[in-house]
Design a protein around this ligand. Sequence first.
Ligand code: ARG
Length: 421
Amino acid sequence: MIRIALLAAIILAAPAAADTVAVTAAHLLDPATGRTVDNPVVIITDGRVAATGTNVAIPADAKRIDLPGMTILPGLIDVHVHLTSDASIRGYRHYAYTDNFWTVVGVANAKTTLEAGFTTVRNVGSNHFDDVALRQAVDAGIVPGPRIVTAAYAIGATGGHCDNATLPPSYDRKDASIVDSPDEARAKVRWLHKYGAQVIKVCATGGVFSTGDAVGAQQLTFDEMKAIADEAHMLGMKVAAHAHGDDGIATAIRAGIDTIEHASLASDATIALAKQHGTFFDMDIYNDDYILATGTANGTSEKSLAKEREIGLKQRQTFQRAVKAGVKMAFATDAGIYPHGTNARQFATMVKWGMTPLQAIRAATTGASEALARPDVGGLNPGQWGDMIALPGDPLADVTLLQNVPVVIKGGAVVKDARHR
Ligand code: ARG
């Protein structure tokens, strides 16, 4: 009964006639061109941009959203989040919670993330298809949240970064994310695709928050990564590889993987390889500050902290070299490791380590759109979703303005307006 009522509500909510919204503001920053235009008008019809410009007529029946004095820009994109993780619950603290707890955590984090100005995210790893559930609920208008590109489980090797290897052997079981041969890897991609993955995430090397592995060590073979990349591409999906160590990064690039997450210890030769292949680096360079400042307070083990100390600064130096070399970059924070909603803190770190403010904003708009193969987001051109944020000043002059987004619009609907509070 309840389900039928819900379905009826969804059907009734669908607009019968075209729903037109006109947004006006003082300025519009177009990340693609880097230009700021004055007195912009954006017309959004049924959620998508119909026209953007300065000499655009506002239809008489349009609902107006006037943002005087404000600068608008496309909604932000974070290509590396874990909505169903909580930064304050690390290590063995996980075992105090039931499995579905994490889906509920995701509901809260989706709202927080959207209200921080991130209108699209890629969720690169969760359990039980809880990210797929979240995406379906957001898309159905049942809970607020960004557009979510789902990876479901992150694929990895036995005992690797994607294996929850925190229990003694008497509790041994093969996690749903585990593959130990190219054939298993290929089958896993098919299974994930079958149940709602839109991108494939793999753990190519060890990590900081896993136990018993070395952060730089490669954990999947070339053949396994190649099987995953080939199968995913055949099915129309991109592949993202968690990789800190140089060998793992280079192998992932050679295997045809599309985005390298973290990329901490990439050598100059590997940076050149990424450039040659057009591989994206999605580097979460703010993380180190949060992880080291919180220490063991969140339940993080000393071993993980030691690994963080090993890579944190080097990752920033790698970022600097990769930016200089012109490697493609997408904005990626690993929020979930640090608190959701504070994603935009990373912009200032990216500028500190070599990007211009425009490059950092492009990473979170046009760059991310390309990395995700989602041309429907990342800009305010006709056909793209009417997703935007409004700021009280120019983010090119001060990227920290992005840490406090007062107005968020998703698909032409105001989802946050904190201007007068
Ligand atoms: N999920 C990553 C891992 O466990 C987080 C790395 C965070 N540290 C950093 N410096 N980016 O490996």
